[in-house]
Write a protein that binds this ligand. Structure first.
Ligand code: ADP
Ligand code: MG
Length: 395
């Protein structure tokens, strides 16, 4: 066989080559070198394109060799790279915080603004294809009997799906994970608070105050919590209890992430916030972070834990003001301990919580959030006032 003939002979790609090509193509897509039509293109069209791309990469890597590219590899790379089709592009975009799909239409929230993208799917089957992928990844079920699916996507974003006939259309709502990653300086720069509050927050963290962050949905509670948690000294044991792994603290060596688990058709033993809190107390955590307090037993136990010497804990609660946050906490605790009177609970709260931060959303005329701001920082006195109410000092 002549050299030329040997060069013309097609080689089969080995696993190493396949991995190399896959990551090269992925990188180029991420960096915008290979841009695609934002439409979720039909699979066959896409496959042809991919075939060409793979060939290009191989030619670059091995200019004098010929390869046989088999169908399985193209299929694999197809689902690997475009696992979630058009969603991928937005999942990677740091300015996009939410994705909503209603049948073939898509709406995103980018930099706080709702943007209607129109019909981005050609057919409803394409939408179900995306659902199929999400379902496969989650090992959960969504079908006519259980028309809901709540799960995490592979990169941590929270996704919930409802399908007809429960709803009039297919609804997919995604809260994107990587949008919560700010530093305290970033938040200062975008004027979530001023320099004085910035220094106050650092002081509160360092002096191990127990802090409740309150506000409406989407007001940035979890973002602020995450940002503050990053400033906790690295040598502390931090237990984080949350419903979705939103807060991760990659830089901290002693962080323990605990995630609740609702009861579902597949798994019937629920793991609730209070169970995780109970475990946390046994794990001797230096700090306890509860993503969002919403469970009455957990609220009560959290207060007890903070009351008995756990300092420097952070959590968030849905509320309309600093005072409302305390009242919500009181209501939750009373729900669990109805035989205690309100004054006793208020006392426990006053002894447990040191500071409440309240966040406010500024809306435009179309109900888009245009700015998130710390509106109140209140210190809670250890003792109630003479009427038995909370004593708050607003900074
Ligand atoms: N100061 C801010 N400026 C701009 N966007 C923010 C700010 N704080 C939070 N966000 C974004 O707003 C969205 C909602 O924030 P999140 O912390 O999840 O709110 P909450 O926990 O109150 O529901 C997130 O996607 C986040 O990236
Ligand atoms: Mg939150």
């Amino acid at each position: 066989m002549s050299l030329q003939e040997r060069l013309n002979e097609s080689r089969v790609l080995n696993a190493n080559d396949e991995n190399k090509i896959t990551s090269l193509i992925k990188d180029k897509i991420k960096n915008g070198k290979y841009t695609f039509n934002t439409n979720f293109e039909s699979k066959s069209e896409f496959k042809d394109k991919l075939f060409v791309l793979i060939n290009n990469e191989l030619e670059n890597l091995y200019p004098s060799l010929k390869f046989f590219i088999n169908n399985e590899f193209v299929e694999k790379i197809l689902s690997d790279i475009f696992g979630l089709g058009i969603l991928e592009k937005y999942l990677q975009d740091k300015d996009v915080t939410d994705i909503f799909i209603q049948d073939k239409e898509m709406i995103i929230i980018k930099n706080g603004l709702k943007t209607y993208l129109g019909e981005v799917f050609d057919t409803i089957e394409d939408v179900y294809l995306v659902i199929d992928r999400i379902k496969t990844h989650s090992n959960k079920i969504i079908d006519q009997r259980v028309p809901f699916l709540n799960t995490d996507l592979y990169e941590g974003s929270r996704c919930s799906i409802v399908i007809p006939p429960v709803s009039d259309k297919v609804y997919i709502s995604i809260r994107i994970f990587n949008c919560l990653d700010f530093s305290l300086e970033d938040l200062l720069k975008i004027e979530m608070f001023d320099e004085k509050i910035y220094l106050t927050i650092i002081e509160l963290i360092n002096s191990k105050k127990n802090i409740i962050i309150s506000g409406a949905m989407g007001s940035g509670k979890t973002t602020l919590l995450n940002t503050m948690a990053k400033l906790i000294p690295r040598n502390e044991f931090i237990n984080i209890i949350q419903d979705t792994p939103e807060i991760r603290l990659k830089e901290h060596p002693y962080v323990r992430l605990l995630t609740t688990r609702p009861r579902s058709r597949e798994i019937d033993n629920e793991i609730s916030q209070d169970k995780l809190l109970f475990e946390t107390l046994r794990m001797k955590a230096d700090r306890i972070i509860i993503g969002e307090v919403r469970d009455s037993m957990a609220a009560y136990q959290m207060l007890q834990a903070l009351n008995t010497g756990h300092n420097g804990s952070f959590s968030t609660i849905h509320a309309d003001s600093s005072l409302d946050a305390l009242l919500r906490l009181e209501t939750l605790a009373l729900e669990y301990k109805p035989n205690l009177n309100s004054r006793v609970i208020k006392k426990i709260i006053s002894r447990s919580i040191d500071t409440i931060i309240f966040l406010e959303n500024e809306m435009d005329a179309n109900s888009n959030i245009v700015k998130r701001r710390i509106k109140e920082i209140a210190l809670l006195e250890k003792d109630l006032n003479e009427r038995g109410d909370f004593k708050l000092i607003y900074l």
